[in-house]
Structure formats: C-alpha cells, structure tokens
Design a protein around this ligand. Structure first.
Ligand SMILES: Cc1cc2nc3c(=O)[nH]c(=O)nc-3n(C[C@H](O)[C@H](O)[C@H](O)COP(=O)(O)O)c2cc1C
Length: 211
C-alpha cells in the first residue's frame, strides 16, 4: 500500500501458514522521500517476511498516534527497532511523541506495566557528522555514546533488553559502497535476531515506578 508523499507502508504477508511478525520497526523520518541513509537502510530490511515496518510520519501526519494499534504491534513483536536520523542529539519529535503516548503507565512500566518485558530494543541511528566530530575537540564535544543513555534507559525502564546499536555516521558523505555494506549488515543483523528467542528481563530491568 503506497502512502501519498512517502515510502510505501508495507503490510506483512499474513496468512494461515505464516507466523506473526516478530520485529516491529518504527521508522521516524519527517521526509522519508528525501532521505539517503535511512532510505537505504530501510530498503535493505523492509522485505524481510517477519518485519513489520511503520513509517511514523507517513502513518500519523497529524501526530494523532493510534495507541492501541501501536501496542498491538508491540505485543506481537519480540524485537522493536527504532530507526531514525539523529536530530539535535536525540530522536525526531514524532518518535519522542510515540514514546510519550505508547509507553504508558500500567502498560509499559509501573504496576501491571509488563507488556514490553523481555522484548529487545535495537536503536538504528544515522548522523550528519562524522564520528571524529564526536570528540572533546570536535564540534559535538562528546563521544557519540554520550547521547545514547536516554534511549537506552527508556528501553531498560520498560524491561527491555538493549541491543548493541547500529550507528551510521556521516550520512550525507558516506560512500555508496560503504552505505550499501552497512545496509547489508543491518539486514544480516535482523535476520539473525529473527532466529534468536528473546531473553527474560533482569530484576533491575523489570522494576516498576515512574520514569
Ligand atoms: C533538525 C535536524 C537536526 C539535526 N541534528 C543533528 C545532530 O544533532 N547531530 C548530527 O550528527 N546530525 C544532525 N542532523 C543531521 C541528520 O542526522 C542527517 O541529516 C541524517 O542522519 C541524514 O539521514 P537521511 O539521509 O536518512 O536523511 C540534524 C538534521 C536536522 C534536519
């Protein structure tokens, strides 16, 4: 199914003999049709039979997120992928809004909030800057992993297992060959994940309370 002005939002090939989708991939790019890096990454994985892709800006142009639909997709998945360009050292606004709306008290955390426990979280992020710019003497002043904790802790607080992120730096300048290699590696990573059962959350990951 094609959405006007954006990437097609592929529905999985569901049928009586096929298993339900196991990876739910949230793609948060406000201009998917203008993307280079995220477009290449997404193209490498979106046809995997057990990957359900949601292009958030296409699905919710008015920011009115269908929370029940999102939660149903999450419940069916054992791995959640958050894929996006880095915007001001963080996620694009739509993905932050998705966190705020979907990861609710009593569902994702707090009393009874166990829906995501044991599921895996994979952060796939592209940056405009080269990795060398993420250094004390560079324009971004801090090593790139400095910017990871808010995303990682969001997952951890919901009892999810944090996987080693995929970071593609220099998104506008990386060579076509290197970008293609990163895209192939992304596909291999998801293919491997599809073959691995999710782990149980640790005690610390599964605690309640408020963020
Ligand atoms: C609003 C905005 C904020 C950005 N913030 C950052 C940033 O904090 N660090 C960085 O390295 N690149 C930043 N960029 C560059 C994007 O990360 C880069 O354009 C993107 O990763 C390219 O991916 P694409 O080809 O899929 O669009 C920013 C770009 C925009 C438009």
């Amino acid at each position: 199914m094609a959405r006007p002005g954006g990437l097609p939002c592929r529905e999985p090939r569901r049928g009586p003999t096929l298993p339900p989708p196991m990876i739910y991939l949230l793609h948060a790019h406000p201009h998917p049709q203008r993307s280079r890096a995220n477009r290449a990454l997404l193209a490498a994985v979106e046809d995997l039979p057990s990957v359900q892709v949601r292009s958030l800006y296409d699905a919710y142009p008015d920011f009115a997120i269908d929370v029940e639909r999102e939660r149903a997709e999450l419940a069916a998945a054992h791995t959640v992928v958050w894929q996006h360009p880095l915007y001001w050292y963080s996620v694009p606004g739509m993905l932050k809004h998705w966190f705020d709306e979907v990861l609710g008290l009593g569902w994702a955390y707090g009393a009874g909030g166990t829906a995501l426990h044991g599921k895996r979280a994979l952060w796939v992020v592209t940056t405009g800057a080269d990795v060398t710019a993420y250094a004390p003497e560079g324009p971004h002043a801090h090593p790139f992993p400095t910017f990871e904790p808010p995303i990682r802790q969001t997952a951890r607080f919901c009892g999810m297992e944090w996987l080693e992120p995929i970071v593609v730096h220099w998104a506008h300048r990386i060579s076509e060959a290197d970008l293609a290699a990163r895209a192939r590696a992304y596909r291999e990573r998801l293919t491997t994940l599809l073959g691995e059962p999710a782990a149980k959350p640790s005690e610390a990951d599964a605690r309640g309370g408020a963020p």
